[in-house]
Design a protein around this ligand. Structure first.
Ligand SMILES: *Cc1c(COP(=O)(O)O)cnc(C)c1O
Length: 425
């Protein structure tokens, strides 16, 4: 084993350090195995119940009327997430697009959108109009209100109660922390928040940005009262095989409203050819619990490795997981670069490429990104990125297999060690 790792560029001391940390995580890994087993059964049950057949893998073209595979897949998603309906489409370009469709489809001029648990994901700022943008909800007369978390990271129930008014139509809660420093919310916490909101105004639509959260737990926000959950297929539920796409699962009314926005009023869910993606959507969803498990093991391994090396990590090595993202605060720009070079060097695709920080649109500092993915930009595949500004943190996620995630993390340690930016404990 050491020999093959050595051929990949991992020294014996780094290998031994990794092996020692891995041994200490046996119990943790068993817990991930059990959750994944449950979720695998959940997906299988939905596939069997809906009689998935090889006919489902045939695509449609043009309008896509009566696309049997597409319609059956949407039932499989709905049954897995225990919702009345679901939209799962390659026409949904990414997670932000799915979230935007859900918001625009369910909000009308004069309505108010409330974020009761702090700022939504960065890319939604322009969708909502927090940052002015052409075509934002604000331009259509939808107002926005936000209640930040309390200093201790908990929901500010008093201020949420004050914020809910006669205009409040939809509440948006983001499960994963994204690029914020708060903790990600558990499904249970989200359920408590939804129950509170509904106790004040029962007809408010509660929507959860579920990106990076699918299959991390055995329940989803839709099991605890969310009217809509939304996510990207190039993250967890695509299982690494979906080449594009997003989903919106929820009540029939919310999903149909979303469909009227995704296509147009009158056409709704009826049109939208699946082209050739059906098989990869099905197979990816089937694999998704296992792929998510691998990513979770990678995240916990990284947390423990970097904790032992003396760096602050969020979540820490022992905390329960609510998503697949791991943040490591490296404190110095050179370390961020070396970390990302390591992740890149471990990739199955573009491993020979050397990532450099660059000025990315939408960011206020240079950013370095590492990704050697089969699907461009896919972050269920092993990837890392770091904004080149204090506190010089990297965000790390994914790995289609635990073994690959492990190599990526060991390689990042190796690169840091080679540049004398760390010392092994
Ligand atoms: C990734 C992500 C999004 C946006 O998805 P894109 O596919 O990048 O548009 C939204 N919310 C959260 C929490 C995410 O992690």
């Amino acid at each position: 084993m050491k020999e093959i790792y050595e051929q990949l560029g991992i020294s014996e001391e780094v290998y031994n350090f990794g092996a020692q940390v891995e041994t200490s995580l046996k119990k943790r890994f068993e817990e991930f195995d059990r959750k994944a087993e449950y979720n695998q059964m959940k997906v299988l049950l939905a596939m069997q119940k809906n009689k998935v057949s090889s006919e489902c893998f045939n695509g449609s073209s043009g309008y896509g009327y009566d696309d049997f595979g597409r319609d059956t897949l949407e039932k499989v998603y709905a049954d897995t997430f225990h919702t009345e309906a679901c939209l799962v489409r390659p026409q949904i370009a990414c997670g932000t697009h799915a979230l935007a469709i859900a918001l625009f489809g369910n909000l009308r001029p004069g309505d108010e959108l409330l974020a009761p648990a702090g700022k939504p994901y960065d890319t939604l700022e322009e969708v909502i109009g927090i940052r002015p943008a052409k075509g934002s909800l604000a331009e259509y007369g939808v107002t926005y209100r936000q209640v930040d978390l309390k200093e201790d990271g908990t929901f500010d129930y008093d201020r949420i109660r004050e914020a809910i008014n006669e205009k409040t139509k939809l509440v948006e809660i983001q499960r994963s922390k994204g690029y914020q420093t708060r903790a990600s919310f558990s499904v249970k916490e989200i359920g408590e928040l939804i129950a509170f909101v509904k106790s004040i105004k029962p007809d408010v639509i509660c929507m959860v940005d579920n990106c990076y959260g699918e299959f991390v737990d055995t329940v989803e926000p839709s099991d605890v009262g969310a009217d809509m959950i939304v996510g990207s297929l190039i993250k967890n539920p695509g299982g690494g095989l979906a080449p594009i796409g997003g989903y919106i699962a929820g009540t029939k009314e919310c999903v149909e409203n979303s469909a009227s926005r995704m296509t147009c009023p009158g056409l709704g869910m009826e049109v939208g050819a699946s082209l050739g993606v059906n098989r990869s959507f099905y197979q990816g969803f089937f694999l998704a619990p296992m792929v998510t498990k691998g990513a979770l093991k990678g995240a916990v391994f990284a947390a423990n490795i970097y904790e032992k090396l003396g760096f602050p990590v969020i979540p820490d090595g022992q905390e329960p997981r609510q998503d697949i993202i791991q943040a490591v605060t490296l404190g110095e720009p050179e370390r961020v670069v070396a970390f990302c070079k390591g992740i890149q060097a471990a990739a199955p695709v573009d491993s020979y490429v050397d990532p450099e920080p660059w000025d990315m649109p939408g960011y206020d500092s240079q950013v370095i990104m590492a990704a050697g993915a089969f699907v461009q930009g896919s972050s269920i595949e092993l990837s890392a990125d770091g904004p080149m500004k204090p506190p010089y943190a990297v965000y790390f996620q994914g790995g289609l297999t635990w073994e690959h995630a492990k190599l990526g993390i060991l390689m990042s340690v190796q690169k840091l060690l080679d540049k004398h930016l760390i010392t092994l404990p």
